[in-house]
Design a protein around this ligand. Sequence first.
Ligand code: FES
Ligand SMILES: [Fe+2]
Length: 355
Amino acid sequence: MLACSQPVLKRLWYPVMPMNMLADGPQPFRLLGEEIVLWRTESGAPAAIRDRCCHRTAKLSRGFCDRGRLVCGYHGWEYDAAGKVVRVPQIVADGKDTPTRMAVDSFRTAERYGYVWVALAEPLYGLPEFEEAGAEGFRQIDQFYEVWNCAGLRLMENSFDNAHFSFVHRATFGDQGHPQPAKLDIEQFDDGFLMTSSVPVVNPDAQKTLLRIDSDHTVRHMKARWYMPFLRKLQITYPNGLIHSIVTAATPIDDGSIQVVQFCFRNDTEEEAPAAGVIAFDREVTAEDKFILESTDYDVPLDQVGTEFNMPSDRPGVLMRRMTLDLLTRHGEAESRRDGAVKGTGERPVLAVAR
Ligand code: FES
Ligand SMILES: [Fe+2]
């Protein structure tokens, strides 16, 4: 699937940037191939419009903010949050607004969990609700904001793949002696699914202090929720009651790259586990995923007939692909592929090994 060629993906919310990045003025972002500019309006709410001035095409992100408006850096035309040109300083010089019908496209924005979320078209679902946010005893730690050169679906299916720990994460928590993936259960919803699984893992020294678990091995009780198409929350509960709940978004920049936005919620304190240590361990783990995922083909086949082979632990990833394909089909779209081949709904692949 080529994400930028599937219009229905514009109808979903994506976290694009930490709110505090807007303190320095307008910021550019490419979302599903669309160049947008984000800024903070007078009320403090974020705004997003197309990043191209309708006068002489300058990027509006090279301008500045004034009284909550976005001012083009070339000739100073001023835009409001609806994308309308509300002042042309060359025509009305006394500081008053200029009546105009000129405008650029504007996009829906929301501020949630400290991030700006954008939907390029009428959203199909609401913003995800995370029970840990603001809950008694929980804190939020902002972890990473970085670009990966892979498809969003590759990172999503990796997050639900119990078979990769022993290999990709052999240097951190993966148990090389036990490559058999843990069993899993899936509950399906309209906008995604919930996978539950208990995974025995190695407990390296770096984690012993952060988890307050002394043993060399422990168990991760995982509740992983997939929100179509590129967002997941992985809630890990350890045997001592510690909850480490990681939100990872693979916000699609274009077909082959994603903005990884990751933050976590924990029910412990800074004194018990310093945020810097929590980030450092999760950084090491995600760097292991990134190294492999950036080597995968970004054109993930949703319709898998004759493409990739599967094993039983790929069930969440296969379901993800099937649900994404169903979403496209419901909205009258066929799957776009790089070779120009357009795939419809085909037979589902038969798993290579019986469960
Ligand atoms: S190019 Fe933006 S005001 Fe002229
Ligand atoms: Fe991983």
